[in-house]
Design a protein around this ligand. Sequence first.
Ligand code: RIB
Ligand code: NA
Length: 297
Amino acid sequence: MDVVVVGSCNMDFIRYSRETVKGHKFTVGFGGKGSNQCIAAARLGAKTAMIAQVGNDKFGPDYIQNFRDNENVGLVGDTSTGVATITVDMDGKNTIVIVSGANDLLNEASVGQAENIIRSAKVMVCQLEISPKTTLAAMTLAKKHGVTTIFNPAPAMTSLDPQLFVQADITCPNESEAEMLTGEPVKSVEDAKKAVLSLLDMGCRAAIVTLGDQGAVLATATDRLPQHVPARKVKAVDTTGAGDAFVGALAFYRACYPNLALHECVERASEIATVSVQSPGTQTSYSYRRELPQTLF
Ligand code: RIB
Ligand code: NA
């Protein structure tokens, strides 16, 4: 196993609209930050597993089918599959309302049952769309077995257990999440350079702050030298899930190209996220390895 994700599954109901009342297009797709990251890594060629929970409703069984070989997604009764209603405006920017449903029921016991899968993985990826307690249990178990951990603290949250950052090899927030975590504004590349250092002070071994069309800033605890990786400028159609494309790609590179410098992994992951903003939807916009320039591999 290359990459194991412990995280969320949502059905994404996406409305595209140019004005406030009337939309012009509607789609339903598989989403949720955890699942998005897992699918992004899998399409690049990583062997992946997903540990998650969906509801025993209209969507749950379909969702499990979406993963085909990765059967570690549990069906739980009495609750709905996570849903996200998303509105995408003319500039490709989105607003999201989430009802987390079954995602909230993924607990430490479910993580414990997956110990063999976790132990066999090279990289674990976690987010904050399931309970932070479950996320911490998953990362702690991964570290116990020497698995590299990537923590994507999304969506933005305050008062997190400081242990989450200690258990993370790489912490990777976007600019608003980084603001929430550091308590400092992150509006520019210069701000992001300060933010990565503050994140390192929280105990992770490396920190990456993604900055949308500005690329990303990274630093490691060994050199503490923040580096800016710019992104290629493109016309964005739909930025929903671009951060997840980045994190999934990062996990793929850490697992499958262990000798590639972190800086290089960030450059390539950033290019993969840039490709995803040029087509609509979340998972529907993620590329397969064969569709991408072979210089990325
Ligand atoms: O990061 C994008 C994701 O956030 C969407 O797929 C939606 O499900 C929400 O969880
Ligand atoms: Na997209």
